[in-house]
Design a binder for this molecule. Structure first.
Ligand SMILES: [Zn+2]
Length: 359
């Protein structure tokens, strides 16, 4: 049901209205940041177009033969990830050309995730081919193209005619973080729906509706950490986050104080084997430093890590503006080096130890 979606009520209403009118023969662009719910909304739109017993116009029931054929909402992200992983293991030589990546969310709802870094020409050809096939009776092909803004312009051009005028029983839904990355001709021929981040209070309320076990404080913290994006909030493991954040705060405090270095090296060692943990730690360090910058700028209401406000305020007193700027620059360099696969733990340790030397 559309009511399960958190935030962006205006866009949801618009999609429900379009689904009530049939949706085929039209191209939509859903534009918004990562985690705001573009894929989820596109999948829901496909279900609404293919529900055989809509309880209200443009709604989907979740129980009819059509809805039952869909992948459960909760398995969506996992299925996409699994398909991409399977793909990465499978691709040898020109397999990418021979079998363009796609994931069926439902027999009539097909998703074409970037095969590699972006939608490939082979996928674009597969999309065009798909639009020329007849769906089963009562069904509407809903073809979802994530990150179309990242696709090369030649690929977008190849899709232009199809995007401009899909057949009557085909709905095309392009997803984009930055709609300016789409060819102007794609933008002008599609209906673009903007999906801005959801205000923290609304997101927190939505999270508690979906997960009644969350406390009000936890929901608010998740909403702020996720910067208004429900998908990010739902993926965040709060216990693991808090654990790693405690390490990050310790690292910052010790580094700023100029030692002792014991925990710095311990943390460096523990992230040595895990790229993922290292990346999470760096992300949390950014978020904590950003909060300290907010406190320095007299914007305590903007702080994301609200549950450790007192500790952040205490740390903020030991920092100067140039010191913070240098720390962020150092973190940028560290992250860039990690992307080039430089020796990560040592980088993290020397970054932390350099914090105290700064003004
Ligand atoms: Zn149904």
């Amino acid at each position: 049901m559309w009511a399960d979606f958190i935030g962006n009520a205006v866009a949801v209403e618009r999609l429900r209205g379009l689904a009530a009118r049939g949706g085929g023969g039209r191209t939509l662009v859903l534009a918004g940041p990562e985690g705001v719910g573009k894929t989820t909304l596109a999948a829901m739109y496909g279900l609404a177009l293919n529900c055989q017993a809509p309880p209200a116009p443009g709604e989907f029931c979740g129980a009819c033969v059509g809805c039952q054929a869909a992948l459960p909402q909760a398995e969506l992200a996992g299925a996409i990830e699994a398909a991409i992983e399977h793909r990465a293991a499978e691709v040898k030589g020109n397999a990418r050309e021979a079998a363009p990546l796609r994931v069926a969310l439902h027999p009539a709802v097909l998703l074409y995730p970037p095969d590699g870094d972006y939608l490939t020409m082979a996928q674009a050809r597969a999309v065009i081919h798909q639009t020329q096939l007849q769906p089963d009776a009562g069904r509407t092909w809903t073809l979802i193209l994530p990150d179309l803004d990242l696709a090369r312009w030649t690929t977008q051009s190849a899709l232009l005619k199809t995007l401009e005028e899909p057949p009557p029983r085909v709905a095309l839904v392009a997803l984009a973080r930055n709609p300016l990355g789409l060819l102007p001709t794609v933008r002008s021929r599609a209906l673009v729906l903007a999906l801005p981040p959801t205000p923290a209070a609304e997101l927190a309320a939505g999270l508690r509706r979906l997960r009644p076990a969350l406390s009000a404080q936890e929901a608010e913290l998740l909403a702020r950490l996720a910067a208004g994006c429900p998908g990010r909030a739902l993926r965040l493991d709060l216990a693991a986050y808090r654990h790693l954040r405690a390490d990050a705060l310790g690292l910052l405090a010790e580094g700023r104080a100029g030692g002792p270095a014991a925990s710095v090296f311990r943390l460096s060692e523990s992230t040595r084997g895990s790229k993922e943990k290292f990346e999470s730690l760096v992300e949390i360090l950014y978020s904590v430093l950003q909060d300290i910058v907010y406190l320095h700028s007299g914007l305590p209401e903007t702080v994301r890590n609200v549950d450790v406000l007192a500790e952040l305020q205490q740390q903020a007193r030991s920092w100067t503006a140039p010191g913070l700027a240098a720390a962020v620059t150092g973190l940028d360099e560290l992250q860039a080096a990690a992307r080039r696969n430089a020796f990560r733990p040592l980088g993290l340790a020397s970054w932390a130890l350099s914090l105290g030397a700064r003004a």
